[in-house]
Design a protein around this ligand. Structure first.
Ligand code: AMP
Ligand code: FE
Ligand code: FE
Ligand code: ZN
Length: 274
């Protein structure tokens, strides 16, 4: 086993709210000495559909949004077949959900006295099947001079208890996991520390997850420990990644969290497991 092996299993391309192309992400990963990568865009697998042949160890991935008891739960799907019908249909469902929700959020913000337009929100996204969400609305608020930073946009308008927030249509963790399993993949609970209470986290983990993200961005050991314990108790595969978004979240650096070779290979060969 190569002790120097590091693979980042959580990052975003410009097909969702990251700023880099998939090719650039792979180049950056090589440059900093990573040995593997998974690009996990929000609600789309577009990064994998036209990638061509890549001379770098890659595991297919996606980060699906779901809801449990009114709270967002992000689920990473690894080693899925991106062309799988169920995956394609779920991505399409999310696209429609987001179109309706984005229109509602623009409406809610305009009720507060702004003059944003839905067309303007889409104008920067010529990329086919790009997932548009709150980070893009935050950028629009910056463009209109309403706020100075993305963080400020979330704190004042777009956070879950703020006036510009709309939940929109919801899909459960169970439904999402079932699609990931149907596409031969592993379902992993992303950034479990963001779930508001340990009690709720335990309830969420009753769904048939295969793994949990135990190493995240620049997590402290203190934060890590109880989560790693919960994963071990449930026999869940422990994964890790940076949640790199490029310029849109400059504080999360690619490779800041990672998995070793054994975990990477286990996921890479997921569909062949006995
Ligand atoms: P959405 O899927 O449209 O609800 O947007 C959620 C995304 O917004 C997350 O995946 C993050 O990338 C980003 N996000 C959530 N909260 C914040 C925050 N406080 N500051 C910056 N970005 C955030
Ligand atoms: Fe994001
Ligand atoms: Fe997430
Ligand atoms: Zn993410």
């Amino acid at each position: 086993m190569n002790k120097l092996f590091r693979a980042d299993l959580h990052c975003h391309s410009y097909f969702s709210d990251g700023s880099d192309s998939p090719q650039t992400l792979i180049e950056k990963a090589k440059k900093i000495g990573l040995c593997g990568l998974s690009i996990t865009d929000h609600d789309t697998v577009e990064a994998y559909l036209n990638l061509g042949s890549i001379d770098f160890p890659l595991i297919t991935g996606v980060e699906f949004s779901s809801f449990f008891d009114g709270e967002p739960v992000h689920i990473l799907g690894y080693a899925i077949d991106p062309w799988n019908k169920g995956v394609q249909e779920l991505c399409e469902w999310h696209k429609t959900r987001r179109e309706n929700r984005n229109r509602s959020m623009i409406f809610a913000l305009n009720e507060l006295g702004f003059s944003l337009s839905y067309d303007e929100l889409l104008s920067g996204s010529e990329k086919k099947n790009q997932t548009i969400g709150r980070p893009h609305i935050a950028q629009l608020l910056i463009k209109h001079g309403v706020v100075d930073t993305i963080q400020q946009a979330f704190e004042r308008y777009l956070g879950e208890d703020k006036p510009g927030y709309v939940a929109g249509a919801v899909c459960t963790p169970d439904e999402t996991i079932s699609v990931i399993h149907g596409a031969g993949g592993a379902a992993v609970l992303a950034h479990p520390h963001l779930i508001k209470s340990k009690r709720k986290l335990r309830k969420i983990l009753q769904a048939p997850f295969d793994g949990m993200e135990g190493y995240y961005a620049r997590f402290s050991k203190e934060k890590e420990r109880p989560l790693l314990l919960m994963a071990k108790e449930r026999n869940l595969l422990i994964t890790g990644g940076s949640d790199y978004h490029g310029e849109t979240k400059p504080f999360n650096q690619l490779g800041s969290s990672w998995v070793d070779e054994a975990t990477f290979m286990r996921l890479k060969e997921w569909s062949a497991r006995s």
